[in-house]
Design a protein. Structure first.
Lengths: 132, 121
C-alpha cells in the first residue's frame, strides 16, 4: 500500500451548484421512472398470463390511490423525458443538410414535439377504436 | 493474424436511442391510458382493459409485438442511461453497476418475453 494519499475532491452535490447541471440530473433521472413503468407493465404481463383472476387483481391494484398518484408522477417524468429528448436532438443527431443549408435546430425540436403529440392522439384514438 | 475484438457499445447505444425514442413518442400516452384513464374510468370505455380484450390484444401479432418492443426498449434505454449517469454520482462502472442496470434489463426482458409467450397466440 502506497503511503501517498493524494487529495481527491469530493463529488458530493457537485451538480447542485449550477442550474444547468440540476436540469441535466433531472433529465437523466427520468430513466428511473422509465424503469419503474417497464416493471409495472411486466408485472401486468405476468398477471395476464396467469389468468383472469390474477389479471383482475392487477387491474384493481392499478385503481388504488397510491397507484394513481404514482402514475401521475410517472406521467410528468416521462413527458419531461419526451420534452428533453427532442430538445437535445440538434446535439445528439448528425447535422442534416438540405440544399447546402443546415436544417435549423428549432425546426428539428418542434418536429419531435409534434411527433409526440401526433403519436399520443393516434394511439388514443386506436385504443378507443379497439375498446369501443 | 491478429483478430480485433469488436466493441459491443453500438448495440447498447442503439437500444438507448431506440428506447428513448419509443418512450418519447409513446411513453406519456401509455402511462396515461394504463395508469390513469382506465383505472379512473376517464375518457375510455370502462372495459378497455378487461380480461377478454387485453388477452385478445396480447395474443394478436401486432399487440404482442407492440407490448414487447415497448417493455424491452424502455428498460434497455433506461438501464443504459442509468449505467452512464452513475459516473455523475461517483460510481464508475464495475460489476455491481452493470448487474443493476443491464442485468435488470436482461431479467425484465426474459420475464416479459416468457409471459408474452405464455399468453399464447
Amino acid at each position: 500500500m502506497s503511503k501517498r494519499r493524494p487529495y481527491v475532491r469530493s463529488m458530493d452535490g457537485w451538480w447542485k451548484k449550477n442550474p444547468f447541471y440540476v436540469e441535466y440530473m433531472i433529465h437523466e433521472g427520468t430513466a428511473l421512472f422509465i424503469v419503474a413503468y417497464s416493471i409495472v407493465l411486466t408485472f401486468g404481463l405476468v398477471r395476464l398470463a396467469q389468468g383472469e383472476v390474477a389479471w383482475n387483481g392487477w387491474l384493481e391494484a392499478m385503481k388504488s390511490p397510491l397507484s394513481i398518484i404514482f402514475h401521475l408522477v410517472l406521467l410528468v417524468a416521462i413527458a419531461y423525458h419526451a420534452f428533453t429528448w427532442f430538445k437535445l436532438f440538434p446535439l445528439t443527431t448528425p447535422p442534416v443538410v438540405i440544399n447546402g443549408k443546415k436544417l435549423e435546430s428549432g425546426l428539428i425540436v418542434r418536429s419531435g414535439w409534434t411527433a409526440t403529440i401526433v403519436a399520443t392522439v393516434v394511439s388514443f384514438v386506436i385504443v378507443w377504436g379497439i375498446a369501443a | 493474424m491478429k483478430t480485433r475484438k469488436r466493441s459491443n457499445a453500438p448495440i447498447f447505444w442503439g437500444l438507448f436511442g431506440a428506447g428513448g425514442m419509443m418512450a418519447a413518442l409513446f411513453g406519456p400516452v401509455m402511462v396515461f391510458i394504463t395508469g390513469i384513464a382506465v383505472p379512473l374510468g376517464l375518457l375510455l370505455p370502462a372495459d378497455t382493459m378487461s380480461y377478454p380484450k387485453m388477452l385478445a390484444f396480447a395474443q394478436s401479432f401486432i399487440g404482442k409485438g407492440f407490448i414487447f418492443v415497448a417493455v424491452f426498449l424502455f428498460i434497455w434505454h433506461a438501464g443504459h442511461r442509468i449505467f452512464h449517469s452513475l459516473h455523475e454520482v461517483g460510481i464508475h462502472g464495475g460489476l455491481v453497476a452493470k448487474l443493476s442496470t443491464y442485468g435488470l434489463a436482461a431479467i425484465v426482458t426474459v420475464i416479459s418475453g416468457v409471459a408474452l409467450l405464455g399468453i399464447g397466440f
